[in-house]
Design a protein around this ligand. Structure first.
Ligand code: UGA
Length: 442
């Protein structure tokens, strides 16, 4: 099948590449000429395991190509994916200007029936707005005989495992009332074989809400567990035992109940805020979501509070080794990362940071530039040199079994603030560390 994907960000690039990989003819279109030029040469703008080789292979076979030519892009695909960004506006609502611009572009150039597919996370009602925008342009062109449909097909991939998530989706949501579109979308996703029965067809607004409901439910689980961890800390209970105790109930499950330093990334914070905004805009007070957001904002400050208390409020002149900058492992993404809230609070209090991350060093450099209060270190060991204590913000695999003797020797005070519960408190105590966890018994 012939598919066009507008937007070569995370979602567009991964989806386009995987559709090419299963045999479709895919054209990825972006207005960013530099990015397209780089992609043509196999240079991937993001760090995503497995993606680069897939892009190269599929470009070589000719199934995947990149263009900035809108007319060519619209002429190519019977299916036109809209996978451009929906950044939050200042008030937290999703900014739809890029989505609507793509709708206009498609309407400007289309010469035959087109199925527009919303892949970006967009508020309920967006498909209707896309439909109206296309109709407006066709009217202006005097081409109202041209037919089209707008389908909602939200993406559920996770950064760091985007390729696998896309190849083996838990479900494929198709939101449309048009039977022809359903048939075409079923055919498009048929190569995913076993996953075929995972297609769930529904009306377009329900599909749009499904995406938000999924992310908000997951964010709720995390904020709930963070609240329990904070309570456990104060009550003298161990959140790790509690986690296992509740996770064993299949109605609760073990996934997404790890307490930590709050959720970050480009999805949860933005989507929770956007749904709160949608609810507010129709006069509905979404009490649960507001609490989820408030708990998360506070959770991002808990490591700093512990550090502050440990040093008796005297952070001026202190140096903290910091392991983990990205918002989660296997990505270089620093958007809404808890590490940023922590570093900025430490600097404001007069402390220095010696940081290491396996992937996010360049991104940190780009965000903060050269400054006296931040040293970017080449290894996790180098970050320890001369530091007063170690802080762990992201649970990278390579931090799981460090050389504890070396840590002990390097730190001026053998103290570890662990925002991800990476180590056993009893073991840490035995090794002579002062160990701060999230809700675990000392
Ligand atoms: C999330 C969803 O998991 C995807 O299903 C969805 O498609 C995606 O958003 C999106 O809307 O595009 P992502 O933001 O890549 O994916 O990252 P997650 O792996 O979900 O992690 C989000 C945050 O939650 C991270 O900061 C992580 O540290 C935190 N988290 C996760 C916890 O604090 N505890 C947990 O138990 C799980």
């Amino acid at each position: 099948m012939r598919v066009t994907v507008f937007g070569t960000g995370y979602v567009g690039l991964v989806q386009g590449t995987i559709l090419a990989e299963v045999g479709h003819q895919v054209v990825c279109m972006d207005v960013d000429a530099e990015k397209i030029e780089a992609l043509k040469q196999g240079i991937i703008p993001i760090y995503e395991p497995g993606l680069e080789s897939l892009v190269k292979e599929n470009t070589a076979t000719g199934r995947l190509s990149f263009t900035t030519d809108a007319a060519l892009a619209v002429a190519h695909g019977d299916i036109q994916f809209i996978a451009v960004g929906t950044p939050p506006d200042e008030d937290g609502s999703a900014d739809l200007q890029y989505v609507l611009k793509v709708a206009e572009t498609i309407a400007e150039h289309m010469e035959a029936h087109r199925i527009l597919v919303d892949k970006s996370t967009v508020p309920v009602g967006t498909a209707d707005r896309v439909r109206a925008r296309v109709a407006e342009v066709l009217e202006r062109r005097g081409r109202t005989e041209l037919t089209f449909d707008v389908v909602s097909n939200p993406e559920f991939l996770k950064e760091g495992s985007a390729v696998a998530d896309c190849q083996k989706p838990d479900r494929i949501i198709i939101g449309t009332a048009d039977e022809h579109s359903v048939e075409v979308m079923r055919e498009l996703y048929a190569p995913f074989g076993r996953q075929h029965e995972k297609i769930i067809v529904m009306d377009v607004k329900s599909a749009e809400l499904t995406k938000y409901a999924a992310n908000c439910m997951l964010a709720t689980k995390i904020s709930f567990m963070n609240e329990m961890a904070n309570l456990a800390e104060r009550l003298g209970a161990d959140i790790e035992a509690v986690r296992q105790g509740i996770g064993s109930d299949p109605r609760i499950g073990y996934h997404f109940i790890y307490p930590g330093v709050g959720y970050g990334g480009s999805c949860f914070p933005k989507d929770v805020q956007a749904l709160i905004h949608t609810a507010d805009s129709i006069g509905f007070d979404s009490k649960v979501l507001k609490a989820v957001e408030a708990r998360n904002a506070e959770q991002k400050t808990t490591l700093f509070a512990k550090i502050c208390e440990h040093f008796g409020g005297e952070l001026a002149g202190k140096t903290l080794a910091l392991w983990g900058l990205s918002f989660k492992p296997n990505t270089d993404d620093m958007r809404e990362a808890p590490s940023r809230v922590l570093m900025e609070a430490l600097w404001a209090a007069g402390a220095r940071v010696q940081a290491f991350d396996p992937e996010a060093m360049e991104e940190t450099q780009r965000l903060y530039g050269d400054r006296d209060e931040l040293a970017l270190c080449g290894t996790k060991e180098a970050a320890l040199k001369g530091a007063d204590a170690l802080v762990i913000v992201t649970e990278w695999q390579s931090f799981r079994a460090p050389d504890f003797d070396l840590i002990y020797k390097q730190l001026s005070q053998p103290t570890v603030f662990d925002g991800r519960n990476m180590y056993e408190p009893a073991r840490m105590a035995k090794k002579g560390f002062t160990y701060y966890s999230v809700g675990r018994l000392p």
